[in-house]
Design a protein around this ligand. Structure first.
Ligand code: PEP
Ligand code: MG
Length: 540
């Protein structure tokens, strides 16, 4: 039995088999010295890649539609491109290993595509890189993608947000990663999905643990590989107790979220995808307080079209059956990167072109998304909010852009509903000028994850700074109080949608500050409602 520790990001017990997910290796294997053998290795890896792409294409067509699936078809065609194949063969003849030849050829072809004038050809740069890295990974003995046949516990070095969106969510019982931090977007997704997960573990991916029986204890931050009978028994008991606690929370389903002192608060849920609506209903949230819409832009190779976005929002609005959804416009940038945006590499991406800054710089991208949001607003209650606001001029600019889009849509006769326009307060600047900002918008939603990062100057992604990342810091609490006061002075509502909103030790403080809404992981709502209902706080 192997026992290890990690930082838990969601509690619970998972029992299943280990599934090791590996990206391509950092150092490529050298040639065995025989070009014919290396060429044969390439041919076999190419065949495997084609088979993987074929089944991925079928899966994608079913999940995301034919249009998305065609991207993989382009990748398959690339593998038959004679220039590409000739380049690989020539390099192998010159002494390179199959993996080195594919990597080098992929990089060269990708750079050549990226330098072309034609936008379509430029976009192919990503395809060549993607397909080449698939072949390289196969040649290095790693698996590509998440070819999980049965539910299991996913073990990885780390997972990027764009990898997490591609995971077969119904097959994942838990995550265990070597890196990652509890504030990363991957951790946030684990909470939405309600699966026990550990980050910052010492697990060895090369230990031959793939397929072995495993248990993850998300309460104590421990994992067991090949657990002995005693551990299995103890963990099954613990799981039973957790399930029992969950059952007791059912008493709060359908209840109003109101304190003993009579103060009401709305308990909403944070989601990233239309398929998460199922968790919202299961968790009994009163609506969606944060739809992280950028997840619809990740894990793909081209911009989603207006219709694709509209269809995704339509699913959410219809699925919520009259409950409100607050759609946050895309917050790409920093750790959420999509290659096709072709953003310049930045020294400090968290302080760079992200969130609303991208929308202001790329009005066409913003326009497409806003049109889709406004169209969806005809089907049910929709609010929209803008991320990463720092200045009043940004809000005025965005409102002006929104008005132009609405006018243009009205002229086209497209039905739209009333839409509340709000902003996220996640920079210290926005909190400090919240009095002026409140005059411009219908609501505030505080993003405590970024507000903590920017107020304390602590990178939320950096696990080695976890001890310094202190969302209870008095500076943060002063900003939170100020924001609520300024919102209420202006007669608008304010909520919290960062992870701190679901922290039960803070619930009374937030109620006391007068927050009108808390938006948390769907799996957290009933527990939070219990806390609210047991609290004595009265309205001021
Ligand atoms: C936040 O910053 O608190 C927030 C809710 O946004 P995200 O975590 O997506 O950056
Ligand atoms: Mg944020």
């Amino acid at each position: 039995m192997i026992v290890g520790n990690g930082r838990p990001v969601f509690s619970g017990i998972a029992i299943g088999r280990a599934y090791v997910y590996k990206k391509g290796l950092a150092t490529l294997p050298a040639s065995c010295g025989d070009a014919a053998v290396e060429q044969q290795k390439f041919e076999t890896a190419k065949q495997t890649a084609l088979e993987q792409l074929q089944s991925l294409m079928e899966e994608t067509a079913e999940r995301l539609g034919e249009e998305q699936a065609m991207i993989l078809d382009v990748q398959m065609m690339m593998m038959d491109d004679q220039d590409y194949l000739d380049s690989i063969a020539a390099m192998i003849q010159n002494g390179a290993s199959a993996a080195e030849a594919v990597k080098e050829t992929g990089d060269t072809f990708s750079a050549a595509f990226a330098a072309m004038d034609d936008a379509y050809m430029q976009a192919r740069a990503v395809d060549v890189r993607d397909v080449s890295s698939r072949v390289v990974t196969i040649l290095c003995g790693g698996k590509v993608g998440f070819a999980m046949e049965e539910p299991g516990i996913l073990i990885a070095e780390d997972l990027t947000p764009s990898e997490t969106v591609q995971m077969p969510k119904d097959k994942i019982l838990a995550f265990v990663t070597r890196q990652g931090s509890s504030n990363s977007h991957t951790a946030i997704l684990a909470r939405i999905m309600g699966i026990p997960s550990l980050v910052k573990t010492q697990i060895n991916l090369d230990d031959g643990v793939d397929g072995h029986p495993m248990i993850v204890d998300g309460f104590d931050g421990r994992y067991y590989i090949d657990p002995d009978e005693e551990v299995v028994r103890l963990m099954q008991e613990k799981k039973h107790t957790a399930d029992e606690h969950q059952r007791q929370l059912e008493a709060y389903r359908g209840k109003e979220s109101i304190t003993r002192g009579g103060q009401k608060v709305k308990l909403f849920a944070n989601i990233g995808n239309p398929s998460d609506v199922e968790h919202v209903l299961k968790g009994d949230a009163e609506g969606v307080g944060l739809l992280r819409s950028e997840f619809l832009y990740l894990g793909r190779d081209s911009y989603p079209t207006e219709d694709e976005l509209y269809n995704a929002y339509r699913k959410v609005v219809e699925g919520l059956q009259g409950r409100r959804v607050v759609i946050r416009t895309l917050d790409i940038g920093a750790d959420k990167q999509a290659d096709y945006f072709q953003l310049d590499k930045e020294e400090n991406p968290a302080l760079g072109l992200r969130g609303i800054r991208i929308c202001i710089r790329r009005p066409e991208v913003f326009r497409t998304q806003m049109r889709a949001i406004y169209r969806a607003s005809a089907l049910g209650p929709v609010s929209v909010m803008f991320p990463m606001i720092a200045s009043v001029w940004e809000v005025r600019k965005v409102k002006e852009m929104c008005q132009t889009i609405r006018d243009e849509m009205a002229k086209e006769g497209i039905p739209m509903g009333e839409v509340e326009h709000g902003i996220m307060i996640e920079t210290p600047a926005a909190a400090l000028v919240s009095e002026q900002l409140a005059a411009e918008v219908d609501f505030f939603s505080v993003g405590t994850n970024d507000l903590t990062q920017y107020t304390l100057a602590v990178d939320r992604q950096n696990p080695s700074l976890d001890g310094f990342y202190d969302p209870y810091h008095p500076a943060l609490l002063r900003l939170l109080r100020l924001v609520a006061e300024n919102a209420h002075k202006a007669g608008i509502w304010c909520g919290i949608c960062g992870e701190l909103g679901g922290d039960l030790t803070m619930t009374e403080t937030f109620l006391d500050m007068g927050y009108d809404e808390l938006s948390v992981s769907p799996t957290r709502v009933l527990e939070l409602r219990k806390k609210v209902c047991e609290s004595e706080v009265s309205p001021k």
